[in-house]
Design a protein around this ligand. Structure first.
Ligand code: ZN
Ligand code: ZN
Length: 225
């Protein structure tokens, strides 16, 4: 795997360690941690700090924005359902040495072969496969053909996008394999897959996207996007 340049925010890391994230977000976070040495080390630091100190001190150390993001995520979710969602272990994945092309935390959801995923067409050549998780967040695999674009959209909540294969670029930067993009209400973007290889991403959202053109808006309820 090439060098990972886009990592988890503190808010996501704390939410994951504290067990307050929806299952779909846990899955994306655990999958990133399984691929990323840097975030795995940070997670061990957070865990060793302990719950009490986390609650007392870290909110002051975080920026106002990341704290309010965490609170929004906790508020947005159904607490009872979240409590029931299993902790997803961030077992280390070394795809170069593994016979599977699927990171370990994801294998419980989609099996061990990315080539056997059952895709459904979304439009514009883009395909998706929705994963079964608790309803507090929706999580899917997206398959974007090389050079193709996802429709231009904004966000009503938080969207996490983790690249599993290939790369995409949007208004903010380039995201390659292992990179995670955290998008919020203030970001409007149009991800475009890089030429050469199809891009496969794991994407989770806790609220429907806000599409800027009418065709995706009409299709939205059917695609559950
Ligand atoms: Zn990382
Ligand atoms: Zn987005």
């Amino acid at each position: 795997m090439t060098e990972i340049r886009h990592h988890l925010t503190d808010a996501l890391m704390i939410g994951y360690c504290a067990g307050t994230l929806p299952e779909g977000f846990n899955l994306v976070v655990a999958t990133h941690i399984s691929l990323c040495d840097e975030c795995r080390a940070r997670m061990h630091e957070f865990e060793s700090v302990g719950g009490e100190i986390l609650a007392d001190e870290l909110p002051q150390a975080m920026s106002d924005q990341s704290l309010s993001d965490t609170l929004d995520m906790i508020e947005a979710g159904d607490i009872a359902e979240q409590a029931a969602s299993a902790y997803i272990r961030p077992e280390t994945t070394n795809l170069a040495q593994s016979s599977s092309n699927v990171p370990l935390p994801l294998q419980d959801y989609i099996g061990s072969d990315l080539d056997k995923v059952k895709w459904r067409k979304v439009g514009g050549g883009v395909k998706q496969a929705i994963l079964k998780t608790s309803k507090t967040a929706s999580v899917r695999l997206l398959h974007i053909p090389a050079g193709a674009a996802v429709p231009d959209h904004g966000h009503r909540g938080t969207e996490l996008t983790l690249v599993l294969q290939g790369a995409f670029s949007d208004e903010t930067d380039r995201f390659g394999a292992g990179d995670i993009e955290v998008a919020n209400e203030d970001l409007n973007h149009q991800p475009v897959a890089e030429a050469g290889v199809d891009c496969i991403c794991l994407a989770a959202t806790d609220a429907p996207l806000r599409f800027n053109s009418w065709i995706p808006r009409i299709a939205q309820p059917f695609l559950r996007i």
